[in-house]
Design a binder for this molecule. Structure first.
Ligand code: SF4
Ligand code: SF4
Length: 414
């Protein structure tokens, strides 16, 4: 990318062929060219050239309705880097128009050190009452309740990292170190997934080490056009994780996608970015993961956009499921389509978000899985809330939670 043009240069390769249109969930929802990748690329090019002002209402409307799911990237024969272009355009819009108060409030509550801890503690208390599960439904508040209810751990997952594997060191004589990226939403509402990550990686020969001083990855800020704030967070993380060569493991697809793009975001971010791995990538390395005990389950895997499209990680999650005997993966049409979560999108654009979610819920109802698996906190919450609103009882779990349950049943843990 040329520094003066930033991510806009990633759009130069577009030749208007339109191959991306049918991959775009917002174009499929509205049929409007301006809600398609090709249409938005033209809007972004016009913004960069100054032919459209950042104050243009239609420009902000159509770019605001983009999920940032990047389903348009892998299908593009020209290699357009849509995500980089979108972040550059959103940065330009945010400089002129500011950030919606709702986005600002959400970022403050969810990612500010010293504030977010209290917010997540209150959310966990509310979750423990069982009220969110009972109130889940459609409408902004009830959908938010459903999202919170979806973060609840299964009972047998609670045990913390004290349940360390008892035989890992005899299987892998030289454990490999990995550094855990904890993030903000994952740490606040999904600490049980971190515990499952540590345990399952330990079974597979990794000694997971904690890193102090790490902060939010900045993905929510970058998607909101607050690139300077994302860069400031990235610099703190690069310093915190240091210059070593241990892999940095992320279990949130959204965090992992941005961590892998620190090389574009900040000077000095390239080495950090090359160390980042999704948890399924580490588990699947060296012929892994180790097989667990059978789980007699029908599972629908819903690959997160930021894992499949942004990180191009497709095979490792399948390898994880294959390590669980008896588990059957159901083929659900459109599983790779976006669920409509997309960071703060579900909060800021609820109508479009639900329009994108709706066909997925219908297909899940038809497939009738016992469990839905997905590796991103926003997707867990969005799918969980939608399923609850539809009265579909299947829980949504992170893939490592299933592997963890399989290892527990196999007697790996003390
Ligand atoms: S983004 Fe790629 S697939 Fe879409 S119109 Fe441009 S060149 Fe074609
Ligand atoms: S990022 Fe997703 S919603 Fe946005 S243009 Fe690409 S496919 Fe469509």
């Amino acid at each position: 990318m040329t520094p003066e043009r930033g991510g806009f240069a990633g759009l130069d390769a577009c030749v208007h062929c339109g191959f991306c249109l049918q991959a775009c969930p917002t174009f499929l929802a509205t049929g409007d060219e301006a809600d398609s990748p090709r249409g938005r690329i033209e809007l972004m090019r016009a913004l960069e050239r100054g032919e459209l002002a950042a104050t243009d209402a239609a420009l902000a409307f159509h770019l605001g309705r983009c999920l940032g799911c990047r389903a348009c990237e892998p299908v593009c024969p020209s290699g357009v880097r849509y995500g980089l272009g979108l972040e550059a355009a959103r940065e330009r819009l945010t400089e002129t128009r500011g950030v919606p108060w709702l986005a600002r409030a959400a970022l403050w509550a969810l990612t500010t050190p010293g504030v977010s801890g209290a917010v997540y503690a209150a959310a966990r208390l509310l979750r423990a009452t069982g009220l969110p599960r009972w109130l889940a439904g459609w409408g902004r508040i009830r959908f938010a309740m459903g999202m919170l209810a979806a973060t609840r751990p299964t009972r047998n997952a609670e045990g913390g990292t004290r349940n360390v594997p008892k035989a890992a060191s005899s299987t892998f004589r030289v454990p490999t170190s990995a550094l855990l990226f904890r993030g903000c939403v994952m740490q606040g509402l999904f600490p049980h997934v971190h515990d499952a990550t540590i345990r399952t990686l330990a079974v597979n020969g990794y000694e997971v080490r904690e890193v102090t001083g790490q902060v939010c990855c900045g993905a929510l800020h970058a998607h909101a056009g607050l690139a300077d704030e994302a860069r400031a967070l990235a610099r703190i993380n690069v310093t915190a994780f240091g210059d070593g060569d241990e892999p940095i493991v992320a279990n949130s697809a959204g965090c992992g996608a941005l961590l892998k793009e620190y090389g574009h975001l900040i000077d000095g971010g390239v080495m950090f970015a090359t160390r980042v791995r999704d948890v399924t990538e580490l588990l699947a390395a060296n012929g892994g993961p180790v097989a667990g005990a059978p789980l007699d389950l029908h599972v629908a895997y819903d690959p997160p956009c930021h894992l499949l499209h942004a990180q191009c990680v497709a095979d490792p999650p399948e390898r994880l499921f294959a390590a669980i005997p008896l588990l059957r993966l159901l083929t659900v049409p459109g599983a790779a389509d976006c669920c409509g979560s997309a960071g703060l999108f579900t909060l800021l654009e609820p109508e479009m978000s639900r329009a994108v979610l709706d066909p997925k819920l219908e297909r899940l109802r038809a497939a009738a899985p016992q469990v839905i698996a997905t590796g991103n906190p926003g997707c867990v919450m969005q799918l969980g809330a939608g399923l609850a609103a539809r009265g579909i009882r299947a829980p949504v779990r992170h893939p490592v939670e299933l592997l963890d349950a399989s290892y527990r049943a196999a007697g790996w843990y003390e």
